[in-house]
Ligand binder design. Structure first.
Ligand SMILES: C[S@@+](CC[C@H](N)C(=O)[O-])C[C@H]1O[C@@H](n2cnc3c(N)ncnc32)[C@H](O)[C@@H]1O
Length: 196
């Protein structure tokens, strides 16, 4: 499914599978897919781990997974989990032709049995409810991507008038090298690598 399609995504070089997942989301009325700016980060992270094991919590309709998929090299694999059965079924259809991708249905902790991960896009389950386990599921050198933060100048980061303790947790975790990057003028992502 190679090709370029600008449907629903800004910028060049949008894989056809991402466009297919975006169409799937539109049909399902699902409005929480990752932005293309985050998608390109996911592709970059996946492509940095040839033969690696990628994971995503919260598949939605498969947009983020399709971006990760576009960066898979060699026999790299992708496990993505979605607790909403209907969404999981729709997303599985997007990857029906590639057995390197497994769409799991259920709670994000189903991912545990497939860890450690070389890339983990934690986007639905885990990020807030068990951040320590999120870190533990990373392989040494594994890359963690967390999106949907609101940029905050200065330290510590603040959100809604209070210190954003969750962001502080990831940015200062002793097992991680972490930073925060703008993905759009109004959104940021935390990127981290697990120390060896
Ligand atoms: C932000 S959306 C995911 C978007 C998707 N990652 C993408 O980039 O296109 C979050 C998804 O996580 C799912 N979710 C929330 N909590 C979950 C959990 N504990 N286990 C599995 N999925 C969960 C929701 O049903 C929702 O579909």
């Amino acid at each position: 499914m190679e090709g370029v399609c600008a449907v629903g995504s800004a910028g060049p070089d949008v894989p056809e599978r991402v466009a297919a997942a975006e169409r799937c989301a539109a049909v399902a009325g699902f409005g929480f897919s990752c932005a293309p700016e985050v998608g390109r980060l996911l592709r970059l992270a996946a492509a940095s781990k040839p033969g690696g094991v990628m994971a995503e919590s919260g598949t939605g309709c498969g947009v983020g997974a399709a971006w990760l998929h576009s960066g898979l090299i060699g026999d790299a694999r992708l496990f993505t989990v979605e607790r909403d059965q209907d969404l999981a079924r729709r997303a599985a259809g997007v990857f029906a032709d590639d057995d390197r991708v497994r769409v799991l249905t259920g709670d994000w902790r189903l991912l545990e049995r497939h860890a450690p991960f070389d890339v983990f896009f934690c986007d639905g389950g885990g990020k807030r409810d068990d951040p320590q386990l999120v870190v533990e599921l990373l392989a040494p050198g594994g890359v963690l991507v967390l999106d949907d933060f609101t940029p905050s100048s200065g330290w510590p980061p603040r959100y809604a008038g209070a210190v954003d303790e969750l962001r502080v947790f990831y940015l200062t975790h002793p097992a991680l090298h972490a930073t925060e990057v703008l993905t759009t003028p109004t959104e940021s992502a935390v990127l981290a690598v697990r120390r060896s």
